[in-house]
Design a protein around this ligand. Structure first.
Ligand code: DQQ
Length: 582
């Protein structure tokens, strides 16, 4: 009987895998199977998650009348992608969330087959408007707007879709099945709104540009805002960032709506982020935006291709940022999918979380973006332990005791004793940090590193996830720092997809001789921020032994050079109210 059931599931999965709609795999037989039970062991404690079922992209984040709003792609009927609606939650602090009734769901011919991703724009009158992709009866992707029914309700519970939708149709030159995910609109000096929609032309990704005077009639520009040879561009995001030396602190956010003001427009840089349907990762460039010509040009420093800089080198997709007027910052949301199997998700009764919202800004040097968990999450810190000035000799490790690490926030700084021990860097590795981390993983001894954390680890270390650094030298004075996440030993379960993830860290290690790591651990998610948020890696892991109170935290050093933990602070994290209904 069990074999027959297993066979049926395998057959279903193989068949379903052939049917790929948009970027998500469709499992018609599973998508409306209500979860009977919800697994609590691996469920996250302080990450954004609904009580059950599937979630994907964050949609339309915004701040309105004292509340943060987050909408997200949600399957109310099952733990796989399908039946997608815009679920809706609100929070006063980005920590405790209240789940409201769904905001947008298929109800009209222009979205009867699906309500996909989109963004919110707060108009100068204070009126928020959502623009989202609807799937029409012919399976065409069209863009629709929705307005709040009652502006005096800060919860914005009810949304109205005007009958004049769709407001943007795929015209003849556009591939109607690759035309989605409108951005927040920005206002030009000519008094016209602009926004972009993700698309592709053959294998070329494009950000199709539209303009409108009244947010109702939208006209396609003669040229796209930008394009690149990286396949379909999903969930584009385009926004201004402050630069160091300008009139505002470079860490503060810039409201997209301020761009009609030339003085503001001239002292900022612009970020274009695209989500690549082909590889399932995102990259961004920073550049200049010519308001008159409506063209975006990435700075030469930023590769505008598959080797581009990423927000996150792990499992982080379909992200979207918004300007938070309450704290004058830009906040980034991103979806982290599961990496276990579909039968596991069915059994767990849930799939998908949102990463901890991150404050995002341009580094002082202007060479990259910096991300840091929003300051509010510190309010969840509880029981605390501290280790300082502890040397870890080559091949040694120690356990951090006195606190429960399964749901925790760990900040550590590692000083390197002898940089001369660094291994030689092969320039061919420059474009393949991930491959390098796979080859030289946490158990391969090195010169300087691997050193870092083993977390969600069983006492016998048979299960463990490694987050670590390794330093290479290019010549006698120059070094390359690699940050890695190695989950290959994270679980006894052999079927789980466990890729190593990695990115290079842009720091002058010869000068600092020290590197910082912050890691947010939450049962089945590990979110790491290297060197103060220069390199970020999120990974999903599913330990079988290292769960609950049995999950341990260790510091290890598998490199020849001694390492000193100059300081390590670790806090247990409390569980906020996560998406309880009103
Ligand atoms: N998810 C949505 C699409 C988007 C994709 C559908 C990205 O609008 O392109 O759920 O994950």
């Amino acid at each position: 009987m069990r074999t027959a059931a297993a066979l049926l599931i395998v057959t279903l999965i193989c068949w379903a895998a052939l049917v790929v709609r948009a970027s998500h795999i469709v499992y018609p037989e599973l998508q409306s199977l209500e979860a009977k039970e919800v697994d609590k062991e691996l469920r996250t404690g302080y990450h954004f998650q609904p009580p059950k079922h599937w979630i994907n992209d964050p949609n339309g984040p915004m701040y309105y009348k004292g509340l943060y709003h987050l909408f997200y792609q949600y399957n109310p009927k099952g733990a796989v992608w399908g039946n997608i609606i815009w679920a809706h939650s609100v929070s006063t602090d980005l920590i405790d969330w209240v789940a409201l009734e769904p905001a947008i769901y298929p109800s009209k011919p222009f979205d009867v087959k699906g309500c996909w991703s989109g963004s919110a724009t707060v108009l100068p009158s204070g009126m928020p408007v959502i623009m989202y992709t609807g799937i029409d009866p012919r399976e065409r992707q069209v863009q629709n707007v929705a307005y709040p029914a009652n502006l005096s309700d800060p919860f914005l519970r009810q949304w109205i879709k005007p009958t004049y939708n769709p407001i943007i149709n795929p015209d003849q030159g556009i591939n109607a099945s690759a035309f989605r995910d409108p951005t927040t609109a920005w206002y030009g000096p000519d008094g016209h709104w602009r926004l972009i929609v993700g698309s592709k032309e053959n294998m070329r990704g494009i950000a199709i540009l539209y303009r409108s005077r009244d947010f109702k009639i939208w006209v396609k520009a003669h040229h796209s805002l930008h394009a690149g040879d990286t396949g379909m561009w999903e969930c584009p995001d385009f926004y201004p960032v402050a630069v160091a030396g300008g009139s505002r602190p470079h860490r503060s956010g810039v409201d997209t709506r301020e761009l009609h003001n030339r003085a503001v427009a001239e002292e900022v840089k612009y970020v274009l982020k695209v989500s690549l349907d082909l590889t399932r990762y995102e990259y961004y460039t920073v550049g200049t935006y010519d308001h008159g010509k409506d063209r975006y040009t990435p700075d030469p420093l930023f590769p505008d291709n598959d080797y581009g800089l990423r927000y996150d080198y792990g499992d982080f997709y379909a992200s979207k940022s918004f300007f938070d007027p309450a704290k004058k910052r830009r906040v980034l949301w991103g979806w982290a999918n599961e990496s276990d199997t579909v039968p596991d998700d069915r059994q767990k009764g849930w799939a998908g979380i949102q990463a901890i919202p991150r404050k995002i800004f341009l580094s002082r040097s202007g060479r990259q973006l910096i991300q840091w968990p929003v300051e509010e999450i510190k309010s969840l810190r509880g029981n605390h332990v501290n280790v300082s000035n502890k040397a870890v000799k080559s091949g040694n490790y120690f356990k951090v005791t006195g606190f429960k690490s399964v749901q925790s926030d760990v900040e550590a700084a590692f000083a390197i004793k002898n940089l001369d021990k660094a291994e030689k860097f092969d320039p061919a590795w420059r474009t393949d940090a991930q491959g390098l981390c796979k080859k030289l993983n946490s158990h391969v001894k090195g010169g300087v590193g691997p050193f870092g954390l083993w977390l969600l680890a069983s006492d016998d270390l048979k299960e463990r996830t490694a987050v670590f650094f390794r330093v290479f030298k290019t010549n006698d004075t120059n070094y390359v720092v690699l940050m890695c996440n190695d989950p290959t030993r994270s679980s006894y379960e052999s079927k789980i997809y466990r890729p190593t993830f990695a990115g290079f860290v842009n720091i002058d290690i010869a000068k600092t001789k020290k590197i910082a790591l912050r890691t947010l651990i939450d049962h089945s998610v590990v979110e790491s921020f290297g060197a103060g948020g220069k390199t970020c890696i999120l990974t999903r892991v599913y330990p079988r032994k290292a769960i609950g109170d049995d999950a341990q935290l260790f510091v290890f050093n598998n490199g020849e050079s001694e390492i000193k933990v100059t300081n390590l602070h670790a806090w247990e994290m409390k569980t906020p109210t996560m998406n309880q209904p009103e």
